[in-house]
Structures are given as C-alpha cells and as structure tokens.
Design a protein around this ligand. Structure first.
Ligand code: GLC
Length: 708
C-alpha cells in the first residue's frame, strides 16, 4: 500500500494534491460542480451537507445514485482515478436513532456502545457514507454547553471506554469490510471546557490538565487505530487548536503516533482570522497545514491558497506530500480503491430493521438512570395511570440533537410506550400544561409526568445560561402532588438539568435522556418492571446553575469534608460542594450488598487487586456497576480528590452473589506531571469501592510501588 501511495504522490500535480486535501460541502444543486472537480482529480472528499449543523438536517436529495455519479467521474474519468471519500455526522444513529452519546456513556457498557456504533455504521453505509465524524470525545462538566450531549461526560476513564468501543463499532478490525466506516475522534482538543459553557469560546488548559483529563480518550481512539481526527474550533490557552503544531504534530502525530489524517472542523481554518492569529486566508491556510491539519473542511482555503503559498516557499512540498500520504493511506485502508461504489438498490427493509430497533431499545433501557424511588416503582401492569405533562406524547425531542436521518414519526412516545405495555384501557394519555394539570382527571391516582427539554436547545451553538427545568414544568409536577397523586417524573433531557425543585414532589424520578427512536418504549418497560434500571450518571447533576462547573474528580479543596460527609442528598440546600446527584449514581429495583473486601498486591502481575462479593438481595434480577476510585494522597503535583480507575458491570439474578476483582496497574496510577512526563510515584493511595463516586462501601489506604 505504501508503495502505491508513493507512486501516486510522485505522479500527482500540485493541484491534484490540494484537491485531495479539500472537503467540499454538498447539496443537490452542486452535483455538476462536484462531478467536474472529480473529473479533474480535484475532489478529495465531500461533506454530505452544506451546513455545519449537519447532524440535524437530513441530506436532502443526496442519493446513492447522485454520489455514485460523482464517484464514477473521479474513478473512471480523472487522470489518476483516486476515489472520493464521503463523510457526514452519523453521531448516534442514521435512521435508527440510538440514545445520545452522553446517555450511551450512562450504560457503562463497552459492548452496548460498540454495538450501537456498529449498527449506525452499517445502516449509514447503505447511503454510500464512508466516514462519520464520530466519536466526539470532549470531556465536559459544564451542562450549559449544549454539546455536552455529544460527549461521554466528565470522566477520562469512561471517555477512554467510549472512544475504544465507538471506534471498534464504527471501523471494526478492518475498515474495508462491508458496513464499516472510517471514524473520526473529535474535537481535538479541549473543546469541552469552553469558557462559561459558551460554544466555541476559548478554553484554558494547562498541559497538566489537558494531558490528564482531555487526552486519554483520544489516546484510546488512536490505540484502536482511529482513521481520522478533527481539529477543534477552540483556542487552548490562546493557541487555536487548528493552528497548533505542538498539539497536532508534536503530540498527536509524534508522541501518540497517530498515522491517519487530521481534518479541520467546518470552516475552522478560515476562522483563524477571527481568532486573531491571521488576517488573511493564505496565512490561515499556511498556519493550518504547517501545524498538521491535513484536510480542510468546507472553506476551500487549501485549494485556493496553498499553490501560491508553495510557490512563495511558505509551505514546503514535503508538508503537502505528507498530508496527501495520510489521506491516501486511509482511502486505501477503507478499501475505497477496490470498492468505490455503493449499491443503488438497497431495499427499504434494510433500514430500521427489527434487530436495529431492538438494539436501540436495549441501549436506551441500559442508559436510563433511576434517580429516586420511594417504592412506587415498578408499577404493576394493569395499574390505572395518567401520562401527563408537556412531553407525554413528545417525539422529536427524544431523537436528540445530531439525529441525522432519524424521523420523529418513527419515535415511540412515552404515552405510546405505556399504552403498549399497560393496555390502553388502563392508560390515560393527557399531554398538558400547568393550567389543566389541576383538573383532577380522577382516572387514576398515579401520574406519570413527562418533562425535560427540547432537542433544539442542545447540540452545536446551543448554550443556555439557566439549567433549571424551563417554563411551568415544575408547576406541572407540584400540581400533581397537590392533587394527592403518586408522582413519577420522567425526564427527557440531553444535558444535566438542575431538577432540585421537583425532587420533593416526586415519588420517583426516571432520567430517560433523549433516548432515541425507542426511548418511550424503553422507559415504559422500566416503569412497569420489565427491565430493572442500571444506568449510572456519567456526569454530575448540579443543584443549580450557580454550581457549574462541578464534577466529582475536582482538585482538592476545603469542601472535601462536606463532599464525603454527605450520605444524604439534601444535607443543605445551599451547599456549594455537593451536587444534586453525583457522578456514578443510579438506583435499581434491587439492593446490592457488597462484602468480603480483600486488598492484595499481585507481584506476579504487578497490579493491585481489590476483590469483593456483590449480592443481589432484592427480588429483581439486574445489573450493578461496581466502581473503584483512587486518590494519590501525596504526589509531585496535586492530584484530584478522587479518580475512577476501574469498574465492572455485572448481571445478578435474584439472591445471586458474584465475586468481583478490580485491578490497578502501574499505568492506572500514573499521571502526566505537567512537564510532559508520564510518571508513577510510589506512595500511599486511598482506594475506594463504591456504588457511586460518593456512596463508598469500602476504603483502604495502601502504600503501592511496582518493580521497575
Ligand atoms: C460542525 C461540528 C462538527 C461536525 C462538522 C461537520 O461545525 O463542530 O462536530 O462534525 O461541523 O458537520
């Protein structure tokens, strides 16, 4: 393959090289322009949309025959026959929509995340999509930022799991296989810490924090051979990511050995002028290509400026050739040269087939988090219930942002899901506002009240300054309580919302997320006990907007005592340091008892091991996620108050006991020291086993060292 690449590079003109480094936006009217560029060997890639909000508008009219026509021009009419790479945002589903990525992270389940990625890629491949701009790996603990819904949450270890599982699902072990796509780890790097949660605002990262918090997920994606990486919009402490040689070349391609290619975000090269590091397009293009951005998305700056830049000696031909080398390498690995065309006769039954929908429902059920339950759930089937609230029949929101080709009409609403499992005769669906909440429908004394947020206030460009429940939704829930009903709140949200004010009125709270096409059915199956909820929060839920940013793995502070002293949720409403619901929290219909803890250092394997028994003492089978947190008590840098370093999700039948052994390797206990060194410093570590980041069942402090 490398020989073929070098031969092609030796034959390519500079124009053809710059064509390979250009991704054009695509819409129905551009087919002739794109076919002509393809024929001239000037079309490296197409972004299958013409707006940066690609994930929430369908690819109107961009059919497989349309794309094959352009591809034929490239492969059969151009001088060198290099195929075009079609990319778009398949983030959590193509037509069958899975829960948003933040919800998928709440499953803590590698296999489910991988399967979701695999299904979405297979379904997308029917539409001649070769490349998806997923997984998004921006660690984030600021729910004002609408794009938090696209992230795996606030924790680096969950981020690493999400990265690896997603890339494996999207690319498989061989990207050229049918139904597999090239993945894209984005947005490199640090975008999730936008100042004030304001999308595309600057970010402040020390190298210490960046390497210990934001980098691990990208490293995991690279270890899984991710094909591409997308450079981010944000500046990293004043250095725009898209023009940062240190981050893109020295760190990503050098130190981490990434051998795929870097694509800029949409117009991110052109935006260097508004970030104040350039005042013209040629300088922007020169900065980006010399920093290590190989392909330019949408703004055309490479093809329009780099020829003159090379002639002026601002960019060396070797830099251009290295970028082309990386693009061609991925095209070969994807098998595009061997199979450039897509099947134009895919039968409609291939889309949204039963097993896709079943998988989507399974992921949605595992993602949901039971936040409160005084025993009212699970309801017995046949119970007379009223499904109330503004989202009782909601469909579009349940798809979430970045829903690609997903259709709201295909979504199962909560009302429909409950009617299906509980019978229409027992279910009164009454989507209503606060006013008619007071009308006692005396149909039932159990109100299931559906509230949350629209998908339109989540995703790109959607920053909000108040994360409380909007409108009169709190009144809806209070009204139900004042009518003397049993109140089950179901929250359809993308980001964590400060739902503090509804907690006193609820007998149960189920956090259902924007859970995809099958969300309403998944929620109904949990409410009526067909599935025992097991989801755990991958992100902190604050008490109020004023607490943001708040995360479990914060640096040490004087609140640390308050943080640990709270085994109750409402120790004090004005407590600044305890969240409403902590990272790793989630209830079940079962009680899980942890016992027989044993710590040992396994010299043969050079790892610390904590083993313990988990017993399901409840009367429902279910999944429990046992978590291991550590604190490096004294080190050369101040380490977080605690960090998740291992976890295991186990299935337990009623009464069943299983032994769990969680291990800590030298790498698990090492950290970047702020001077670029990844170090282990022997000494005392506090090790905790918990059901959440603050519900700790076992704690020990051990002196740990490893043989060098
Ligand atoms: C957008 C997003 C990015 C997306 C790209 C293509 O601006 O930032 O996540 O993949 O453009 O749609």
């Amino acid at each position: 393959m490398e020989r073929k690449i070098e031969k092609l590079i030796s034959e390519m003109t500079l124009d053809e090289k710059l064509g390979q480094l250009t991704q054009e936006v695509t819409n129905v009217s551009s087919i002739d322009k794109l076919s002509k560029l393809a024929e001239q060997g000037m079309l490296g890639s197409c972004l299958l949309t013409d707006t940066p909000w690609a994930g929430s508008v369908t690819m109107e009219g961009i059919s497989v025959s349309y794309l094959n026509k352009i591809q034929r021009a490239a492969v059969e009419k151009s001088r060198l026959g290099i195929p075009v790479m079609y990319g778009c945002d398949i983030i959590h589903g193509s037509k069958t929509i899975f829960p948003i990525p933040l919800a998928q992270a709440a499953t803590w389940d590698y296999d489910l995340i991988r399967d979701a990625a695999s299904v979405m890629s297979e379904e997308a491949s029917y539409d001649s999509i070769h490349w998806t701009f997923a997984p998004m790996l921006d660690i984030c603990c600021d729910p004002r930022w609408g794009r938090i819904i696209e992230t795996p949450g606030e924790d680096p270890l969950i981020g690493q799991m999400f990265a690896k599982a997603s890339v494996e699902g999207i690319q498989g072990k061989d990207m050229s296989e049918k139904g597999k796509l090239a993945a894209c780890a984005k947005h490199y790097i640090g975008y999730g810490a936008s100042s004030g949660g304001r999308d595309k605002d600057g970010t402040e990262w020390s190298d210490y924090s960046l390497r210990n918090r934001a980098l691990p997920a990208f490293k995991a994606a690279i270890d899984e051979n991710v094909a591409t990486v997308m450079s981010a919009f944000n500046e990293i402490s004043g250095q725009p990511a898209t023009s940062s040689k240190y981050h893109l070349t020295d760190l990503l391609k050098g130190e981490l050995g990434f051998d795929g290619f870097v694509v800029s975000d949409f117009d991110a090269v052109k935006r260097l002028t508004c970030q104040g590091v350039s005042d013209n397009d040629e300088t922007s293009a020169v900065l980006a290509i010399n920093a290590g951005v190989d392909m330019d998305m949408a703004d055309g700056l490479y093809k329009n400026n780099l020829k003159s830049a090379v002639e002026k000696g601002l960019v060396s031909m070797s830099v251009i050739d290295e970028a082309v080398r990386r693009v061609l390498r991925i095209k070969f690995r994807m098998g595009l040269f061997d199979n450039p065309y897509a099947d134009e006769n895919v039968s409609p039954e291939e889309y949204m087939k039963k097993e896709y929908l079943e998988k989507a429902k399974q992921v949605s059920m595992h993602a949901m988090v039971l936040l409160q339950n005084n025993g009212v759930l699970p309801l017995a089937k046949g119970t007379k219930v009223s499904v109330k609230g503004p989202m009782a029949e909601e469909k579009p929101a349940l798809l979430g942002s970045w829903h690609a080709e997903g259709q709201a009409d295909d979504v199962v609403s909560l009302g429909e899901g409950i009617q299906k499992i509980n019978g229409e005769e027992n279910t009164f669906v009454h989507p209503c506002t606060q006013e008619d909440m007071y009308c006692n429908d005396d149909f039932s004394n159990v109100y299931i009240v559906a509230v949350g947020e629209s998908e339109k206030v989540t995703g790109e460009g959607c920053t909000i300054s108040n994360i409380e429940l909007s409108g009169r939704q709190v009144d809806c829930i209070r009204a139900a309580k004042e009518l003397g009903k049993k109140v089950v709140a179901v929250i359809f949200a993308g980001r964590p919302l400060a739902i503090t004010s509804i907690v006193p009125y609820c007998d149960a709270i189920l956090w259902a997320w924007h859970g995809g096409t099958m969300c309403g059915e998944a929620a109904a199956e949990i409410i009526f006990g067909d599935f025992n909820p097991s989801g755990k929060l991958p992100v902190t839920i604050p008490r109020s907007t004023g607490q943001i940013p708040i995360c479990y793995n914060h640096q040490r502070n004087e609140y640390v005592k308050a943080w640990y002293s709270t085994h109750h949720r409402y120790v004090s409403k004005d407590s600044l340091s305890t969240p409403l619901f902590e990272f790793g929290f989630g209830l079940s219909y079962s009680d899980y008892q942890y016992s027989n803890f044993e710590y040992r250092f396994n010299s043969a394997c050079q790892q610390a091991e904590i083993s313990f028994d988990v017993t399901n003492s409840g009367d429902h089978e279910g999944y429990e996620i046992a978590q291991c947190y550590i604190c490096d008590i004294v080190a050369s840098m101040s380490r977080p108050v605690k960090e998740l370093k291992a976890f295991e999700k186990i299935h337990l039948k009623k009464g069943e006991t299983k032994k769990v052994t969680l291990t800590l390797s030298k790498d698990d206990l090492s950290f970047y020291d702020g001077r670029g060194n990844f170090v282990f410093e022997e000494g005392e570590f506090r090790i905790e086993i918990g059901k959440s980041s603050s519900n700790i069942c076992f704690e020990t402090t051990e002196y740990i060292s490893f043989e060098s």
